[in-house]
Design a binder for this molecule. Sequence first.
Ligand code: ZN
Length: 464
Amino acid sequence: MQKGIIAIVGTTGVGKSDLGVQLAKTLQGEIINGDSMQVYKGLDIITNKIPLNEQETIPHHLMDFLEPHQEYRVTDFTKDALQIIDDIHNRQRIPIIVGGTNYYIQSLLWKNSLIEGDSLNIYEKESNIENDEILNAEPKIVYERLQKVDPVMASKWHWNDTRRVRRSLQVYLETGKPHSEWIKEQNLPEEKASSLRFPRTCIFWLYSDLEVLDHRLDARINKMIEGGLFEEINYLRNNVRTGEVKTPFGDGGFTRGIWQVIGYKEFDQYLAAVEESNDASYINELKQHGIESMKAATHRYARTQVRWIRNKLLYKCQQDSLVNILNENSSDIRMYLLDATSLETWNQEVRDKAIAIAKEFLENGTGPDPSSVNSRAKELLRPKKNMDDFEILDKWTKYQCDICTMFNDNIPRIINGESGWNQHLKSKKHKSNLKLKKQFDENYDGQFPPWFKKKKDAGSKTNV
Ligand SMILES: [Zn+2]
């Protein structure tokens, strides 16, 4: 078996941990946690850790080992995970990365692929509501904004091409990096070698219809509260109070480390009131408000995850797959969507399909067409907006035809894009120039014969 890897991605609460254990049991695998919150010790409820009794003796690496005041950067994660994967491979077992956190997964599967900005803020925050407002402003205002942050991209679009202008601005707002930079960095045509770290990468996207998932997430939050959520939050609050955490992140700094976990800041006011107030109805009001905030934040987070998978991960997989085929590289990557909307059909739709696909791909490098696995896959595994990037990339690749340049008074004849270039090679003009050039090479030592120059001058005169 090649040194392959399985990655399970998908929204929070969709069942990634369960699938991980099921795959590991059948395929001799070991789990590597890819969730930046589950690296923390304890705090099992608030970080949604798989209970010990459900781990079924499968090793779970990189889980449950950090204190609240510690930070674990993506570079730490990548270094540790790569070492563990090496060990797992040496034991002839299959590493299965189960995870949650976009930039962890991405930096593990690809070299040099960290999306800056993602690491600053993994959860969709209020700022995205601001983003929506910016993006939905008048077309001219949106365009002016793009001109400021990404003049290169702005110069490519007309101000009223609202779809493209918005998309470019959105990329900047979401990643903190101009769209043009992304395109340049990620799609350099000369970058022929695959940046995949492993020869065979099999990604399972565990998907549930979001409205169905929302109900599951709400139920999970109610269960978390019954199971002791507030005790864990109080433990974290005490960490801050006793100075064990020297509020490294400033006032209300809930944006780093464990402090950004959904559920902590949402109940901050409530738990403060429990300590300071005697007004039972006020306290209860804050508690209900906290529950609603936590539910809303979880729903938003699920949508952020789906957007990342569809707009970034899927795109990267498909692009890498293409690059590998075109260059006959040996490494391969596949992404399969499994439908976890109905828990009743989990075994047939999720477990059994995942086992069969992973086995075939990791052993033989083959497998079914991802869009044929279920009806949702057909719809969701299509690159959507990001196809624009392919088009842009194509337009940005410039070709110069030396032959036609010669016949054009040495004014460079530039053709944009590969498809344009292929068309050019077939064009009458190019073919006739090529034929002439051949004749001149054979009979006139590569120079233009005097009669040709005259004819050409005469020709251009008559044109004027
Ligand atoms: Zn030409």
